[in-house]
Ligand binder design. Structure first.
Ligand SMILES: Cc1ccc(OCc2nc(C(=O)N[C@H]3CCS(=O)(=O)C3)cs2)cc1
Length: 344
């Protein structure tokens, strides 16, 4: 009688060493198949005494069950490994549907900035850019804004606070893009025709004001530029922007950086809650403007006895709200995809 232990050890080792399911199946047949070693031993039982038959028979059945469990366990782990191998080999499942790719949209602020820039480019204005963090000189002093002017207060302006002993000049988040035009004049002198679009920052927050918003300012300096030139440039701009003939109305005003100054309205009517530009007997304020103050030209290194010209400033977000009928400025910056897709 073969000692069952060596048979058991041989098969258990063989099962653990089996490298794939085919080898395992061969082992199962060799051990437990009709012609398997266990089946052959079972046939020997008939030649034994009843006592032997019972002992050996029990041992053979236990061996059969043990090998069966070991074979199933090994088959399961080989199956997992085969699946793992297949998933690794077939990482790219070309039968999967393509990932939905939605077309992006251009933000209304970017659209309006590009549109305004193009319209002014047609009238000979180049685009000037500059830093968003400015010294208080470029943001205020150069624009003839007095030291005690309320706009310099912290309730209006974001100041960069300095560590003690840091004696660099105060820096602010620019409150308008006017400093860009000072820098442009310092760089190229007169004559000059530039527009300065960009982000500006003011301490403010409500339905029509956000701490960051977008402005576009214009500057035209030459030998004999007048308010009449300003009126023409603005009427050309608004007519192109709104796609219809737009009349403007100048109302006397005051800004430290322009003299004379004028707030400019465009003709409009509110038909059933929607804005109609270029008709009706209503007027809507859209920007501020004026002839550049001599002190501002001097600060920028341009001789006011030789050169003069106009400047204006308007809110890009506000222009987008007017054109697209967007009621709340805060929605511009909430990154709500539904809003962006609707207005984009
Ligand atoms: C060198 C230089 C000299 C003068 C300049 O004057 C730009 C001007 N801006 C305004 C004005 O009213 N701007 C506001 C309109 C709405 S807003 O976006 O809140 C800012 C009037 S004149 C600019 C640069």
């Amino acid at each position: 009688m073969i000692p069952l232990d060596s048979l058991r050890a041989r098969y258990l080792d063989g099962i653990l060493a089996a490298s794939d399911e085919a080898a395992l199946e061969d082992l199962r047949l060799a051990a437990l198949g009709k012609k398997g070693e266990v089946a052959l031993l079972m046939r020997e039982l008939g030649k034994m005494s009843p006592e032997e038959r019972q002992t050996i028979g029990k041992a053979l059945n236990e061996l059969k069950d043990e090998l069966d469990v070991a074979l199933r366990a090994r088959k399961a782990s080989l199956g997992d490994a085969a699946l793992e191998e297949r998933l690794r080999a077939e990482w790219l499942d070309v039968t999967l549907p393509a990932r939905p790719r939605r077309m992006g949209t251009i933000h209304p602020v970017s659209q309006v900035t590009e549109e305004c820039t193009a319209i002014f480019a047609d009238m000979g204005f180049a685009v000037a850019e500059g830093p968003q963090i400015e010294t208080d000189w470029f943001n205020f002093d150069a624009l003839n804004i007095a030291p005690e002017h309320p706009a310099r207060q912290e309730h209006d302006t974001f100041f960069m606070h300095r560590a003690a002993g840091d004696n660099r000049p105060p820096h602010v988040l620019r409150t308008h893009t006017s400093p860009v035009q000072i820098r442009a004049m310092q760089a190229q002198g007169a004559p000059i025709r530039v527009i300065a679009p960009g982000r500006v920052y003011r301490m403010d927050m409500d339905q029509t004001h956000t701490p960051m918003f977008h402005q576009i300012e214009g500057l035209a300096i030459d030998r004999d530029i007048s308010m009449a030139n300003l009126k023409w440039v603005l009427e050309e701009f608004f007519s192109a922007y709104f796609g219809t003939k737009v009349k403007t109305r100048f109302r006397a005003s005051h800004f430290p950086f322009t003299e004379p100054s004028a707030e400019v309205d465009i003709q409009c009517s509110w038909v059933g809650g929607t804005l109609k530009v270029g008709e009706g007997d209503g007027w809507l304020e859209v920007l501020g403007s004026g002839m550049v103050h001599p002190k501002v030209l001097t600060a920028a290194g341009v001789d006011p006895s030789q050169w003069q010209g106009f400047a204006f400033g308007m809110g890009i977000d506000r222009m987008a709200m007017l054109k697209y009928g967007i009621p709340d400025l805060r929605a511009f910056f909430e990154s709500d995809l539904r809003w962006l897709r609707h207005y984009g």
